[in-house]
Design a protein around this ligand. Structure first.
Ligand SMILES: [Zn+2]
Length: 567
């Protein structure tokens, strides 16, 4: 099977040699093999700064080489290497932190990972030492002047722990009009837990505890526990206390209900109050004592980069990206499995990245460069991509666009495709147009309330203005339609996402990824062989940042090429 399809691919590549626009074949056996290998127990869940990182980085370099890419990383003795070192602050609990509440005079011991998940400090301190710190409910914890919204109403948060709801005030919006101050169900950045912690630091709060609820968080407590009780990382910052309060964590909804009840309040009623603009912060009859020692150090992880230099404008780059890291070895699941394999998340995206590299390498070089970037520490908060965006190896202003893949569909081809979250940009218009030519339709994110736009590496590029999106495999499966697609997605989120069961399975199909790869190839190739600079829409929050680098793109500012104008 494998030999046969390799031969078929070779035959087609040879036949197509004079035709630059010929779509390459993507070999499903190769796509499957990468996912199986990267998702195997031997790769130990690919945690940054472990021996599994070395193994993963070496695998990627070997595969990039074999695919025909050139080293695209940082300069080593005047020559490009394969990697770009990423210095990260690493913080571990020396032992499980001691956490206790005084609940209206009653002592309540809390167990790390059970009722509460307290992250190890990344504020530059060596531990956590909070004594009887009062809790204040601040609704959604949002300060959004452009929307005329302020949950704090001028109250002083210093020396207090903010208790906040996850998502944004429109999540629970029902009836008409559906759209409130936060764009209806689609999550704004104000809904992300990263925002809540950042706002807590700006407010000078001692801590921020996010109340977990499965629907507005879009994942269960298992995911919260697994992502927040293990090693924490951040990019190295000059003033980490300006970005991180001392305590960052989550509490279970049941514990929140108890705290509100002990304070003479009803959780649901307070939640309803928090959806209103006139909401006022409420002091809770609860105080938290939290103590723990953190082992902190600065470590170096690696982004991995391959490149196919452009023939005429090599400093202009089209980028394909995928994160290589996953959660590593952690708390055992019910079966005692401790390896968080991350086969789908993001072995599948890496597999696409490698094979996309091979497809481009087989074809004649494009006018612009094509860069293949595997980033580290996505699961730690998009850190490898944030570091790249802050320390780019290729000019950000001349980065044409970023096509990110993070978890692709392994249950067969779909009639449609999507992107993570909601955004308006020329790059998406190109993707939609190209999809249409291939008989595939675009379906907007079916769950924009889960904040997908802020949850993968393209967001790090968007923040510095680069048109960027995370491709989403479709759910309208040729075999089984939306019903089967949605059922599979739901099962994955509940039982496998960020859990030890995200493992390669012999029943996974790779013809869907192959079809997605053909689509993503066409978009990248058009951009790499043209001189279009697709931009964000006029009303996008990223447009102004992009326009600030317009001068770098010279006079060749043109609207996005229309299908049919391709070289
Ligand atoms: Zn991922």
């Amino acid at each position: 099977m494998r030999t046969a399809s390799l031969l078929a691919a070779t035959a087609i590549a040879l036949a197509a040699a004079p035709l630059a626009a010929q779509s390459p074949m993507f070999d499903t056996a190769r796509l499957s093999q990468h996912v199986q290998t990267l998702g195997s127990d031997a790769f130990e869940g690919r945690a940054p700064n472990t021996r599994a990182e070395t193994k993963t980085v070496n695998y990627l370099i070997d595969q990039f080489k074999a695919a025909g890419l050139q080293p695209g990383g940082a300069l080593v003795n005047g020559q490009r290497g394969w990697t770009h070192p990423v210095p990260l602050l690493k913080s571990d609990w020396a032992a499980a932190p001691q956490l206790a509440l005084d609940l209206n005079g009653q002592p309540v011991q809390l167990t790390q990972g059970t009722e509460i998940a307290a992250r190890t400090p990344t504020n530059g301190e060596k531990g956590l030492n909070l004594n009887n710190v009062p809790l204040v409910f601040v609704g959604y914890g949002v300060k959004a002047p452009e929307r005329g919204w302020d949950d704090f109403k001028g109250q002083d948060m210093r020396g207090k722990i903010m208790v906040v709801l996850v998502n944004d005030p429109d999540f629970e919006a029902k009836g008409e009009p559906l759209e409130g101050d936060f764009g209806g169900k689609a999550m704004t950045y104000y809904g992300r837990w990263t925002y809540k912690y950042e706002e807590g630091a700006r407010q000078g709060a001692a801590g921020v505890l996010v109340i977990h609820e499965t629907e507005p968080a879009s994942y269960g407590w298992a995911t919260v526990k697994n992502s927040n009780t293990n090693t924490m990382f951040d990019i190295v910052r000059a003033n980490p206390g300006a970005e991180h309060p001392a305590l960052e964590g989550w509490i279970q909804r049941d514990l929140a209900s108890r705290i509100f009840a002990a304070s003479g309040m009803n959780f649901e009623a307070m939640k309803a109050a928090a959806r209103k603009k006139d909401f006022q912060p409420v002091a809770l009859k609860a105080r938290l004592t939290a103590r723990g020692t953190a082992n902190t150090q600065v470590i170096t992880s690696q982004n991995v980069l391959g490149i196919l230099p452009g023939t005429t404008r090599p400093d202009e780059t089209v980028m394909y990206t995928a994160h290589w890291d996953h959660l590593g070895i952690g708390q055992p699941d019910a079966n005692g499995d401790r390896i968080y394999n991350g086969a789908l998340d993001n072995g599948s995206g890496l597999s696409h990245l490698i094979e996309q590299g091979r497809a481009f390498a087989r074809e004649p070089r494009t006018q612009r460069s094509v860069v293949f970037l595997a980033v580290t520490a996505e699961e730690k908060g998009l850190l490898g991509s944030e570091y790249y965006a802050a320390n780019p190896l290729y000019p950000i202003g001349k980065t044409v666009g970023v096509l990110n893949t993070d978890s692709m569909g392994v249950f067969g081809p779909a009639k449609d495709f999507s992107i993570s979250g909601t955004a308006k940009l020329g790059l998406l218009d190109l993707l939609i147009a190209e999809g249409k030519r291939m008989g595939r339709s675009f379906t907007p994110d079916r769950h924009p309330e889960s904040g997908g736009f802020y949850r993968s590496d393209h967001f790090s590029f968007a923040k510095v203005g680069v048109p960027a999106l995370s491709f989403g495999s479709g759910l309208d499966l040729i075999d089984g339609g939306v019903a089967r697609g949605e059922a599979i997605a739901k099962e994955y989120t509940a039982k496998r996402y960020h859990q030890p069961d995200d493992e390669w399975s012999p029943d996974w199909r790779f013809d869907g990824i192959a079809a997605d790869a053909i689509l993503l190839h066409a978009v990248g190739r058009d951009l790499a062989n043209g001189n279009a600079w697709p931009n964000w829409s006029q009303d996008s929050e990223f447009r102004a940042t992009r326009d600030r680098t317009a001068g770098e793109r010279g006079s060749s500012q043109e609207p996005a090429a229309k299908p049919g104008e391709r070289g």
